[in-house]
Design a protein around this ligand. Sequence first.
Ligand code: SF4
Length: 286
Amino acid sequence: MARCGVCFRHCEIAEGKRGFCGARKCERGAVIPENYGRITALALDPIEKKPLRRFCPGSMILSAGSYGCNLRCPFCQNHGISWSAEAMSWAERAETVTPEELAGLAVRLKNRGNAGLAFTYNEPLIGWEFVRDAARLVREAGLKTVLVTNGTAELDILDELAPYIDAMNIDLKGFTSRYYTQVLSGSLDMVKAFIAQAVRRCHVELTTLIVPGENDSEDEMRALTAWVAGLKNGDGQPAGSEIPLHVSRFFPRFHMTDRPAADVSLVYSLAEVAREKLKYVYTGNC
Ligand code: SF4
């Protein structure tokens, strides 16, 4: 039996079993990242697809994903590798690569416009050891590193990774504890603490998916953007209004098919509200 310290769940894991996220396991009395180097998805994507709009614009980036997730978003677009039964089966069939192999591929793809390596598709923080090891090599090769994350991890995990990460896109999925706790099985407090610290360490952009009936009020967007605008950079100076926010449109998926896609006009109007506080607001999926 061992306790995992990566996220707020602090799973107590029995010998040979996995934690809630399906990616960390107890082996010989210690928690290990079972998904270390296990790749389920690999693509050379435009960096704008991460999404990042104000970091290496126009570049491509090698994007790698593993399996597992520590949230339970019912609308997950990547449920095949995040938290469905299919996702858990990747433990048996995912390819294994070493950090050296993945970093070497990133370098070879420079001739196709590759700027570096992005850890994305599933939640990278639950396998942070592989992120650290591969990101360090990619940085040593003079390329950039990107983390696309739900921001649900303790700050000591962020401290481990920050020296090797150039940019992050972090989900700020809403701004009520009710939504995070009851709908996503997450923790708004943990995500806020992670974002506040990340903006002191690297380039950060945020993403908010607008889900009808859940997080789509102007009041909530005002509260969210007022908090973001108040964030400070590594020098302790106010820098929040410079943080890019991606306001994205919900489509019914996976276990959330009881409501229609968000109206494009709703996404546009909430983006306008966000612009009252933030300089760089982008709409997505519209
Ligand atoms: S990272 Fe996974 S195993 Fe660790 S506490 Fe979170 S859900 Fe549990």
